[in-house]
Design a protein around this ligand. Sequence first.
Ligand code: TA6
Length: 305
Amino acid sequence: MPLNVFQDKDGLPRIVLTDPNGSSAEVFLYGGQIVSWKNQRKEELLFVSSKAKWKQHKAIRGGISACFAMFGEVGSLEQHGMTRNRMWSLDRDPSPLPPIDNHSSVDLILKSTGVDLKKPHSFELRLRISLSAGKLILIPRVRNTDNKPFSFAFSLCNYLSVSDISEVRIEGLETLDYFDNLVNRSRFTEQADAITFDGETDRVYLSSPNKIAIIDHEKKRTIVLQKNALPDAVVWNPWNKKAKALPDLGDEDYKMMLCVNSAAIDVPIFLKPCEEWKGYQELSTVSSSYCSGQLDPRRVLYGFH
Ligand code: TA6
């Protein structure tokens, strides 16, 4: 499969993955960030802010990024860790992951520099990004290359493009416990049949199922998120007030975005020296031809016909 590396107009190296069926993905080495994923009909499936800063030393607001070794703020360290603000490299590992059939892939790596964490620790963070018709697979790996144990949080932050946030529902998180970041991280149990949006939302759902459906009624499209070794799910929409307060988010952008992140936050991942952790996330889309009423979430989540 072809692997093209371009220089962006701002001088940032960009890799374009293409699939013979017409879908594509764009990956920046800066932040190891996926900034575009288009389906065969060239429709963009990821959200990137109209005010995103395409410059070094500032995370690009949107797309998909890997947040490590913490989620949130820890002291004076960068929010969600440093991975979004570093230049990654192409991974020349002599023992890479085996190729996935009919996928166009790129392997990235970010190595510790000694000043990235609260206490210096040596690690290697790898990310495989793999595209096929209708599917985007991410495989993050963290290797503890130090002689001390290491524990960390991890999140794949997915900014999904939606037609209108008020018309979107998430299936798969009902009945779960969650931490609400808007109420001092207090713990609640989800009471709704599905998650819908009418205001700012910032929650960490605990021990979520491996399959979550994000149903966009207006676009008649469902994004299916499947994950492994990433037990939690973060759901975030800033709504109007917070959107206005974020300098790299357009005032109205919150209507067209929804973050649903695959994460390991509540119970940090623990590695002994030389051990490696491997996560998995797959995004795919299902179109719905329904005219009225709701999608049957059981079809999406469990494949019932
Ligand atoms: O989980 C969502 C969250 O942690 C929110 O609290 C919100 O701040 C968001 O991530 C965006 O964070 P960022 O560092 O990208 O501004």
